[in-house]
Design a protein around this ligand. Structure first.
Ligand SMILES: Cc1cc2nc3c(=O)[nH]c(=O)nc-3n(C[C@H](O)[C@H](O)[C@H](O)COP(=O)(O)OP(=O)(O)OC[C@H]3O[C@@H](n4cnc5c(N)ncnc54)[C@H](O)[C@@H]3O)c2cc1C
Ligand code: FES
Length: 367
């Protein structure tokens, strides 16, 4: 895992509570990234200057190199978002991990596809990166963005989106949905909640986006994701065409506890009862092998970090997959599996930040 120190080279105030931070390496060398990936910022803003990590999706595209940009929205009471919005300044040095994440899209000049991006609030960030990359790199593809906000003033990238739409010769359509609009409604502006009824209404009018053949990327609060999934089910959109990313753990929803056990990882709710005792776990990472004792109630990542084993991680909530490993033997219970696809689960991938060993023969390969 590579760590770097980047310099803040520009700041853009997007809305009253959102800022875009533009970062570059001091030598201005580009850093590889894919549209939709995130950057992990490591900031000394914890108690006593303790370093805290948070994931922020890149709102830039690889074409913006050497610049990487992240767009941070203030979360009331939140440690890192408030620290960033209140203190970030030009020239500041910020430690980051290399861009990570599988919620990505690879533009291909020959592709002629229909992409439907559905997001709300700060969930626009990875979608913005994707839509810019597709407009620039896929001349025959079309993008529909359905973007929910409280009102016109909370729209992140308002002007950029309008400019992109105006210059895209019909290849980008943006539908704004406001729960509490300030202005009377105009074309491509909708009032109400961004729920399944609203989505169906918008999607059914867009004949150039045939429901079953479009590709869907969702990023927003859990409620929106559930509504979007319900709408897409009604439109008979195959699961394989829908990708999603969450910024916040759905820890208190039934969804977090649900999941299918597989050969190695197990995320079933009842499995937690079996996490009873201290278990030995073997970790293989960057050519070394570590043996750790993981007591009940601790995650594999927590114990490894306590022992100064510098494993990769970012969100610590089972969302971003920065801590992903492959379970080569034994069984691991996951408190949360949002970040892992069904196919990754079947292949035995686990997340150490939410993983608890259930047997004494657990071997995890990282990287
Ligand atoms: C893959 C990934 C990509 C992300 N990309 C972005 C991005 O592009 N822009 C961005 O602004 N954030 C993004 N986030 C969220 C970001 O990582 C932080 O979680 C967020 O900034 C809150 O951190 P904090 O330290 O301010 O709040 P914390 O101190 O961690 O949390 C304080 C309280 O706020 C709640 N909370 C945390 N996040 C949210 C939220 N988003 N909405 C409502 N309540 C919340 C927590 O549950 C907690 O109760 C992303 C997260 C992930 C996993
Ligand atoms: S650190 Fe993000 S999923 Fe584990």
């Amino acid at each position: 895992m590579s760590y770097q120190t980047l310099t803040v080279v520009a700041l853009t105030q997007e809305t009253a509570d959102t800022v875009t931070i533009h970062l570059e390496r001091p030598d201005r060398q580009p850093i590889a990234s894919r549209p939709g990936q995130f950057l992990t910022l490591i900031l000394p803003c914890g108690p006593g200057g303790k370093k805290e990590r948070r994931a922020y999706s890149l709102s830039s595209t690889p074409a913006d190199a050497p610049r990487l940009s992240v767009t941070v929205k203030r979360v009331p009471g939140g440690l890192v978002s408030n620290y960033l919005l209140d203190t970030v300044q030009m020239g500041q040095q910020i430690e980051v991990m290399e861009p990570l994440g599988n919620f990505t899209l690879a533009p291909s000049p020959k592709a002629a596809r229909s992409l439907v991006l559905i997001g709300a609030g700060s969930g626009i960030t990875p979608l913005m990166s994707m839509l810019k990359a597709v407009l620039a790199g896929e001349p025959n593809s079309h993008v529909l963005l359905i973007y929910g906000n409280r009102n016109e003033e909370s729209v992140i990238f308002q002007q950029q989106l309008a400019a992109l739409e105006a210059s895209a010769s019909g290849r980008l359509q943006v539908e704004h949905v406001y729960s509490q609009p300030l202005q009377p409604m105009a074309p491509h502006r909708h009032t109400g909640r961004l729920n399944r009824t609203m989505l169906l209404r918008i999607l059914e009018q867009r004949h150039q986006f045939p429901a079953e053949q479009a590709d869907y990327f969702l990023c927003g609060p859990e409620g929106l994701m559930a509504e979007a999934r319900a709408a897409l089910d009604l439109l008979k959109v195959p699961e394989a065409r829908v990708r999603r990313e969450s910024f916040l753990a759905a820890a208190d929803t039934a969804e977090a506890a649900a999941g299918q056990p597989n050969g190695h990882g197990d995320v079933s709710a009842n499995a937690a009862d079996e996490v009873k005792t201290t278990r030995t776990v073997t970790i293989q990472y960057e050519g070394s092998e570590y043996l750790i004792e993981v007591p009940k109630g601790k995650t594999i990542l927590e114990v490894a970090l306590d022992q100064d084993i510098d494993l990769p991680y970012s969100c610590q909530a089972g969302l971003c997959t920065a801590c992903r490993g492959k379970c080569l033997s034994g069984q691991v219970h996951l408190d949360e599996r949002e970040g892992l696809s069904d196919s990754e689960m079947k292949q035995g991938y686990i997340l150490t930040c939410v993983g608890h060993p259930m047997t004494d023969d657990v071997v995890i390969e990282i990287g």
